[in-house]
Design a protein around this ligand. Structure first.
Ligand SMILES: Nc1ncnc2c1ncn2[C@@H]1O[C@H](COP(=O)(O)OP(=O)(O)O)[C@@H](O)[C@H]1O
Ligand SMILES: [Mg+2]
Length: 378
């Protein structure tokens, strides 16, 4: 029997949901996450954290990163980490291929791991520990990881750690019990769903990679996919795979809105509820906007006057971590660079906004990414 792969003259299944590197699509958020991981490796210490909802590409991104690691890096990759500290040490040792007695105590496991790290450092190797789905790590285990990450010889850290997890991980890291770990985080990157345009490119990219020449997707079908998935990569794959099958069964080379609808419904994926109720509360939103708008005009106006008189208060001081750090005119990566700070520069923080600090340095003010600053001069 002919399969849909043959029917569409494909070489391969374009929407397999296994994290397959041949199909890796470099969206802007994935590129940024990879950049953060590279930054961790350059900085030679600490933790990197990648946060994303399920299906946003955490696992495939780390695979991509691993595939590009230089030869002198050895890594352990731990998945399903609902592990006690002992179990985690054991899992790491196992991943590095080290035999250890079943009866070994936590101290024994820790010292074995330490000896291994020292030996590798002498051989000129870098060690990386990657923990996927790290939101499942108990607090005690995260704390043990921090202690592990403090190990050093001659002031050189012995390993680096990458944590990947769902948004609960970030909540956990913000808890008081993990204060010290939080200070050791060098970079946090966040993965998110694709935009509509990125989604269209993504679908075409995967089809092209799989050798497609005969599939047509209507605009209304794209719109429908976005309504169901909101740009979530795993769901896009699931829906597209079903939709291809459904078109194949109908002997059609065109994917239409109906195919998408059937596919999504058969998968139990529904359009975002928010969208439906949105129309019900629309009048309330409009009223709210009207009130907010009139108030905000007053607020901004009065604030302008205040700022003339009183300079912004210094909230705290932080240090620049990377060798160079761009200061932007606005809290936006694409805004103009007004100054470039150097590693170790001490700056005053005068405002704080979603991942950005507004800083003052000498007589310059502007915005820098928080993750590139720290409380200590390192
Ligand atoms: N950047 C990407 N390029 C190609 N495919 C992706 C990308 N991100 C996600 N996917 C697809 O979506 C699926 C879910 O991604 P995955 O890495 O497993 O997400 P997460 O680990 O965040 O749950 C992957 O198997 C892959 O097929
Ligand atoms: Mg994953």
């Amino acid at each position: 029997m002919e399969s849909y792969i043959q029917f569409f003259a494909l070489k391969d299944n374009p929407f397999r949901i296994t994290p397959d590197l041949d199909f890796f699509f470099m969206s802007s958020v994935h590129q940024e996450a990879l950049g953060s991981l590279e930054f961790l490796m350059e900085s030679e210490e600490g933790f990197a954290v990648i946060i994303g909802e399920p299906g946003t590409g955490k696992t495939i991104t780390i695979r991509k990163f691993i595939s590009q690691l230089p030869e002198n890096v050895e890594y352990a990759y731990i998945l399903f980490p609902n592990l006690s500290p002992e179990e985690m040490f054991r899992a790491i040792l196992e991943d590095f291929g080290i035999d250890i007695d079943d009866s070994a105590t936590k101290n024994k496991l820790f010292s074995t791991l330490k000896e291994f790290l020292i030996k590798k450092r002498k051989e000129g190797k870098k060690i990386l520990i990657i923990i996927d789905e790290a939101q499942n790590l108990p607090i005690e285990t995260l704390e043990e990881l921090r202690i592990l990450s403090n190990l050093e010889t001659d002031k050189e850290k012995l390993l680096q750690i990458i944590l990947l997890g769902q948004p609960e991980l970030e909540k956990k890291l913000n808890s008081d019990a993990l204060r010290q770990l939080k200070q050791r985080i060098t970079v946090i990157a966040r993965l998110s769903n694709l935009t509509k345009d990125e989604m269209v490119n993504y679908i075409n990219y995967r089809l092209a990679k799989a050798g497609n020449s005969t599939i047509k997707i209507s605009n209304s079908a794209y719109k429908e996919i976005f309504k169901y998935t909101q740009g979530n990569l795993r769901q896009i794959n699931q829906i597209m795979e079903r939709a291809l099958m459904s078109a194949f069964v109908k002997n059609s080379h065109q994917i239409d809105r109906e195919d998408i609808k059937e596919a999504a419904e058969s998968l139990g994926i529904s359009k975002m509820k928010r969208k439906k109720s949105f129309y019900l509360i629309l009048p309330a939103i409009l009223f709210f906007l009207l009130v907010a708008f009139s108030l905000s005009g007053y607020y901004f106006f009065s604030k302008d006057i205040q700022q003339e008189k009183k300079p912004e208060k210094n909230l705290k001081e932080v240090y620049v971590i990377p060798n160079r750090l761009n200061v932007r005119a606005f809290p936006d990566k694409s805004s103009e660079i007004v100054y470039v700070l150097k590693k170790g520069d001490k700056v005053e923080v005068v405002n704080d906004k979603e991942g950005w600090y507004k800083i003052r340095y000498k007589n310059i003010t502007g915005w820098v990414k928080k993750e590139y600053t720290g409380y200590r001069n390192e």
